[in-house]
Design a protein around this ligand. Structure first.
Ligand code: HEC
Length: 163
């Protein structure tokens, strides 16, 4: 009998450990452009923007800008949001190692970064002479550690070559 309850406790321990591990791994990052397929919240027009994004680029120049999520959705916990961003040209550069990271070509939040709704990054313009584009998807979360009831915003931006 005693053995059985020890086994039960161990099993429970492992189940909660696994649960915590998967939950954490997601707050850690979201390297995809599919937030909306799991986060069933409404898509909000005008929820995301990139502050300081240039209209035009000079080849090889490094630009620093910030992803900003504006939402009236209040977070009940410490997790306030997350994002993923990709550029079709040039190079994304991690500017804030604590709160952002690059995974599979996507710039996304870290665990610490999910406590915010604003993230700063850099982009090195291509040596190219054609338009570049940056795509962005972000979640404003309600902090309940689930993908329910969050808000999702998307944006796509063109940066032209030239002055
Ligand atoms: C494959 C499904 C899936 C995709 C795709 C997905 N999420 Fe999630 N997300 C979840 C689940 C499930 C949770 C809750 C458990 C967890 O945190 O791992 C979650 C939780 C979160 C949380 C914490 C929410 C809270 O209220 O605590 C944030 C922030 C978040 N996701 C951001 C994103 C962003 C940003 C994207 C897209 C760039 C994204 N997710 C794409 C399934 C997904």
């Amino acid at each position: 009998m005693k053995k059985l309850s020890v086994l039960g406790a161990l099993t429970l321990f492992f189940i909660s450990f696994l649960y915590a591990a998967t939950a954490q791994s997601h707050n850690n990052s979201a390297p995809n452009m599919e937030c909306l397929s799991c986060h069933d919240g409404d898509i909000q027009a005008g929820m995301v923007s990139i502050q300081g994004i240039p209209k035009n680029y000079k080849p090889g120049k490094v630009y620093t800008m910030s992803v900003v999520v504006k939402s009236n959705l209040e977070s009940l916990g410490e997790i306030k949001g997350g994002f993923a961003l990709e550029a079709d040209k040039g190079t994304l550069v991690v500017k804030d190692k604590k709160n952002t990271q690059l995974i599979d070509g996507f710039l996304t939040h870290t665990q610490e970064g999910s406590h915010f709704r604003k993230w700063t990054f850099s982009w090195k313009a291509p040596e190219d002479k054609s338009d570049a584009s940056i795509s962005l998807m972000a979640v404003a979360s309600n902090g309940d550690y689930s993908s329910q009831g969050d808000h999702v915003g998307t944006g796509s931006y063109t940066i032209k070559f030239g002055k």
